[in-house]
Ligand binder design. Structure first.
Ligand code: SF4
Ligand code: SF4
Length: 289
């Protein structure tokens, strides 16, 4: 095999539980087995709770820097729709982004004030460089298309872009995937590898979002109740609230100080170690037509 002279750059992105780290290990293994130099790094936050996970991978005859600079990636491969869109700033002008249509809506995007409306990029026009991939449809026969398998579909799609032989990929999957899921992952990989991306100009476009007017009335705020006697003042809830609704009072007790900002995401309730917080949903407001 003739190795390309310059390093190539790949971004893998998804959320915790989608197998981004496993996929990055597979890609790195394939590159190493081909005799290439590989550098990779992962950025992950609350990956056990659906947080963002991004892996930078660079490979070539010699690789010095692990970081993929903005507008330089040859490929972005994302297992979740919003995470893929979030990484488009890393894609180079000649690159391609393969983004799964899977949507994992994070708790912080749930907004009870709008009767369950989700503040998430559900519909938008995407750049020409984006190729949406229906991973669940492609992997339909593999273990009910679980997320851990859909990730291997995307590896199959990626494998068509690279010069490495199919058996190098299957060997790496067998090495890195949990033993009991290897058959499903191999089937999903084969499905992804066989998938034909629509020709340029015929790609399925994502429809623009319909115009939505503002609610007729301000929606009611969720009700957050803090049991002061159970609060030990750890400040976890203050730190995790994405809207900065909570503060500590003079006695080191958490206080729901800004109810007007609260989206009802329940992160504070879920993460309070002493079960001191209760979040009651607001009465459902009608979603504007
Ligand atoms: S997370 Fe719970 S225990 Fe910690 S400050 Fe908040 S309410 Fe109190
Ligand atoms: S107070 Fe709790 S429910 Fe409200 S936005 Fe903050 S973390 Fe979410």
């Amino acid at each position: 095999m003739t190795a390309a002279a310059a390093p190539r750059s790949l971004i893998l992105a998804g959320v915790g539980g989608q197998g981004v780290l496993l996929a990055s290990n597979v890609v790195a293994q394939v590159c190493l087995d081909a005799g290439l130099d590989v550098k990779k790094s992962e950025v992950h936050g609350m990956s056990q709770r659906g947080g963002t996970v991004v892996s930078h991978i660079r490979f070539g005859p010699t690789v010095h820097s692990v970081t993929v600079e903005p507008h330089t990636a040859d490929w972005v491969v994302a297992f979740e729709w919003a995470e893929g869109l979030r990484c488009l700033g890393l894609l180079g002008p000649g690159g391609t982004a393969f983004i799964s249509r899977e949507r994992w809506v994070p708790p912080s995007a749930l907004d009870d004030r709008r009767g369950g409306h989700v503040a998430y990029p559900l519909d938008q026009v995407v750049p020409e460089q984006v190729v949406p991939v229906d991973t669940f449809t492609i992997a339909a026969e593999a273990a009910a298309a679980k997320a851990a398998v859909a990730q291997t579909v995307m590896l199959g799609v990626l494998s068509r872009q690279l010069e490495f032989p199919a058996d190098a990929w299957t060997a790496a999957i067998e090495r890195w995937a949990p033993a009991k899921s290897v058959p499903d992952n191999l089937l999903a990989f084969e499905r992804g590898r066989r998938w034909e991306a629509p020709r340029a100009g015929t790609l399925p476009r994502v429809a623009p979002a319909p115009a939505v007017g503002p609610p007729a009335e301000p929606p009611p705020a969720p009700v957050v109740t803090i049991e002061a006697a159970w609060c030990k003042g750890c400040e976890i809830c203050v730190a995790v609230c994405p809207e900065r609704c909570l503060v500590m009072d003079a006695h080191d007790i958490a206080v729901f100080a800004h109810p007007e900002r609260c989206t009802g995401c329940r992160l504070c309730s879920w993460l309070c170690p002493d079960l001191a917080i209760d979040v009651a949903a607001a009465a459902a407001a009608p979603v504007p037509a």
